[in-house]
Write a protein that binds this ligand. Structure first.
Ligand SMILES: [Zn+2]
Length: 276
């Protein structure tokens, strides 16, 4: 079959397999195609991971990520990790996650920590074994950076043990300059959502990070850009996020767009011929 796929934008983290898209998923995906937006459909548990893989199977500009979200870590006690290991073999799976540490949502954070950590370490091991990058969710308790300090310790020791090949993306990065600096030193990228279109809290870090370590994502269905805040989001918001990054950094949108594509190609080991 002859066709040339020209991907211009990339949504590194979306959940278009979620039921919020059951009514119009085909249109959303067609809209992504029309705007030359590719992306990674991210699993948060076994069911959503299977759906993600199914959805991307015959779509050249879509990929999947296999993982168990830290806020669903208890699932692990029922299913174990073997089903994820099995699913991660699929060639359309380009990342392991979302996985990580969440000190924001659990009612009893201290009680939630040991299992979250155990489940996260399973993902790290799987990423090492499959040589696929991690898709990390890390959310500190309000007013702290606690989840990032634990994350940085875990990643640094994993790299000491397994070598520099271990890499990945920190999804929805909300850390400060210090955390950004350490994560970038470990060669992890930081990804930003349309939160940049309406909140100014991240501008300093967006300016600090080198373009080689910034990636765009929507986290759809969440975080719709201004002026659609509160509504269901979808990956078609990516060009607005590229523009927001360019505006904050006082750089050309086209330069940001091209760098983001190079970054996703490198981190997720995507074939260069799917890009424009
Ligand atoms: Zn997510």
């Amino acid at each position: 079959m002859w066709y040339r796929l020209a991907m211009k934008y990339f949504d590194a983290h979306c959940h278009i397999q979620f039921p919020q898209y059951d009514e119009d998923r085909t249109e959303v995906i067609a809209g992504m195609g029309a705007a030359s937006i590719g992306g990674i459909v991210v699993g948060v548990d076994l069911d959503s991971t299977k759906k993600a893989i199914e959805l991307v199977q015959d779509r050249p500009s879509l990929f999947a990520s296999v993982g168990l979200h830290p806020n669903s870590a208890e699932d692990f006690l029922q299913t174990g990790f073997d089903p994820y290991i099995e699913l991660a073999r699929n060639s359309k799976v380009v990342a392991i996650g979302e996985c990580g540490l969440d000190n924001y949502r659990p009612g009893d954070v201290e009680a939630a920590k040991p299992l979250q950590r155990e489940v996260f370490l399973k993902h790290v091991e799987l990423a090492v074994r499959t040589q696929k990058p991690l898709m990390i969710h890390s959310r500190p308790a309000k007013g702290t950076q606690d989840a990032y300090s634990d994350l940085i310790d875990i990643l640094a020791s994993a790299k000491r043990e397994h070598g520099d090949a271990l890499t990945g993306d920190i999804h929805f990065f909300v850390g400060g300059i210090e955390e950004a600096r350490k994560l970038i030193e470990l060669d992890f990228t930081l990804s930003y959502t349309a939160v940049l279109t309406f909140a100014r809290d991240y501008d300093e870090v967006v300016r600090f990070a080198p373009l080689s370590h910034l990636i765009t994502e929507t986290d759809s269905p969440y975080v719709a850009p201004a002026p659609n805040r509160g509504k269901r989001n979808d990956p078609r918001a990516i060009p607005a996020i590229v523009d927001a990054i360019a505006g904050i950094r006082n750089e050309d949108s086209e330069v940001v767009r091209v760098n983001v594509l190079q970054n996703v190609q490198r981190v997720f080991k995507l074939s260069p011929d799917i890009f424009e």
